[in-house]
Ligand binder design. Structure first.
Ligand code: PMV
Length: 354
C-alpha cells in the first residue's frame, strides 16, 4: 500500500483572565464554579504553534512539546483527541490522491508537535494556548464542522482556561448549568479591534515552575475554603456583568478596579485554603504597591494588575503613553539582571522610544 502523511498547522495565543476561573464543580469534565472573562494576547508574543500529522504508517499516537517527546497517556490529551475523532468527517486531497473516510479516523494514528514561542520555564500559562491550538488544529486535519463554541467546549476538557483561547479579543467562559458540560463553553464578547489602545506588559518575576499546580490548588480551595463559595455565588456574578459593561464601553476606570479586585480575591481564596497556597512573592507585592500608589496619585487608574497561579505580574496600561511610563518605572525599580535579559528582550521595546 502507498504511504502518505496528511498534515495541518495552527497557532493560538494564550489568554489572561481579568475575572478569574478558580475551582471546579466537576474535575473530570472540567466544569468551573463561576464564569470568567479574559483577554487573548497577540499571537506574535505568547502563543503555541502545533502541527498534527496522520498517516497509516504511524503505529500509535505520539506528541512532542518543544522538541521533547511527552507521554500522551494523561486523560486530558485523550479527551481532546477522542472528542475530535468522534466528529471527524471525510477528507479528500485530490493533489496527493488521499481519500479518508470518516470511519477511518478511528484507526488512523496522529503525531503532534507543539512549540511555544516563549520560554516554557518562564512560569507563564502555556496550557491555555497549547490545548486551544491542539483542538483547533486536529479539527482542521479531521475536517470537523463544529462551530467555535463547540471547539471551545472540547478545548476546555484539555485545560479549563484553554476554552477562552479559541477566540481573540475579550472572551467569556460561561460556566453552564448542565451536568454533562454541553453548555460550558466560551463566547467572544468583543474582537481584538474593539479596545486596541490597551497595552499588556508581562513582568517575569520568577522563571521557576510554580509549586502548586492549578489542578491541585483548585482542589484544595474547593475542599477547604469557606470564602470560595461566597466568591463564586455572590461576588463573581455581579462582577461579570460590570466587567462586560466596562469592556463594551471601554471604561478603563471600572475595568482596572474590577481586574485588580478580582486578582486580589483570587489570591485571597488561595490564602483561605488549607494548607494555604502562596502564588505571589515579595516582588509581586511590591509591583502591586507601585501600581496602587501611582493610580491613587493620578486620581484615576492608569494601570491594572493581575496575577495567575504564580508570581509574574500581568500589567494592563490604558494606552501606549502610559505603558512607556510603566516600563520606565518598572526598569528603574527592578533593574534587570543579566540572566533576566532573555525575558526582558521578549517584549516590544519600541514602547520605550515613544
Ligand atoms: O486552566 P488552568 O487549569 O490552567 O487554570 C487557570 C487558572 C488561572 O489562570 C489562575 C485563572 C484563569 O481564569 O485563567
Amino acid at each position: 500500500e502507498r504511504q502518505w502523511v496528511l498534515m495541518a498547522t495552527g497557532r493560538s495565543p494564550t489568554n489572561i483572565a481579568v475575572i478569574k476561573y478558580w475551582g471546579k464543580r466537576d474535575e473530570a469534565l472540567i466544569l468551573p464554579v463561576n464564569d470568567s472573562i479574559s483577554v487573548t494576547l497577540d499571537p506574535d508574543h505568547l502563543s503555541a504553534t502545533t502541527t498534527v500529522a496522520a498517516s497509516p504508517s504511524f503505529p500509535s499516537d505520539r506528541m512532542w512539546l518543544n522538541g521533547k517527546e511527552i507521554e500522551l497517556s494523561g486523560g486530558r490529551f485523550q479527551s481532546c483527541l477522542r472528542e475530535i475523532r468522534k466528529r471527524a468527517r471525510d477528507v479528500e486531497d485530490e493533489k496527493k490522491g488521499i481519500k479518508i473516510k470518516k470511519e477511518d479516523w478511528e484507526k488512523l494514528h496522529v503525531h503532534i508537535a507543539s512549540y511555544n514561542n516563549f520560554p516554557t520555564a518562564a512560569g507563564l500559562a502555556s496550557s491555555a494556548a497549547g490545548f486551544a491550538c491542539l483542538v483547533f488544529t486536529l479539527g482542521k486535519l479531521m475536517n470537523v464542522n463544529e462551530d467555535y463554541g463547540e471547539l471551545s467546549s472540547i478545548a476546555r476538557q484539555g485545560s479549563g482556561s484553554a476554552c477562552r483561547s479559541i477566540y481573540g479579543g475579550f472572551v467569556k467562559w460561561c460556566m453552564g448549568k448542565n451536568d454533562n458540560g454541553s453548555d460550558s463553553m466560551a463566547v467572544q464578547l468583543v474582537d481584538e479591534s474593539h479596545w486596541d489602545d490597551l497595552v499588556i506588559i508581562i513582568a517575569v518575576v520568577s522563571s521557576k515552575q510554580k509549586e502548586t499546580s492549578s489542578t491541585s490548588g483548585m482542589r484544595g480551595t474547593v475542599e477547604t475554603s469557606p470564602l470560595l463559595q461566597y466568591r463564586a455565588q455572590t461576588v463573581v456574578p455581579s462582577r461579570i456583568l460590570k466587567m462586560e459593561e466596562a469592556i463594551k464601553n471601554r471604561d478603563f476606570e471600572s475595568f482596572a478596579r474590577l481586574t485588580c479586585a478580582d486578582s486580589n480575591q483570587f489570591h485571597a481564596v488561595c490564602l483561605d485554603t488549607s494548607p494555604p497556597i502562596f502564588y505571589m512573592n515579595d516582588t509581586s507585592h511590591r509591583i502591586i504597591s507601585l501600581v496602587e500608589k501611582w493610580n491613587h496619585a493620578e486620581g484615576t487608574p492608569q494601570v491594572a494588575y493581575t496575577f495567575d497561579a504564580g508570581p509574574n505580574a500581568v500589567l494592563i496600561a490604558r494606552n501606549r503613553k502610559t505603558a512607556a511610563l510603566l516600563l520606565q518605572r518598572l526598569l528603574y525599580c527592578f533593574p534587570p539582571q543579566d540572566n533576566d535579559l532573555e525575558s526582558y528582550m521578549l517584549g516590544d521595546k519600541s514602547i520605550l522610544s515613544d
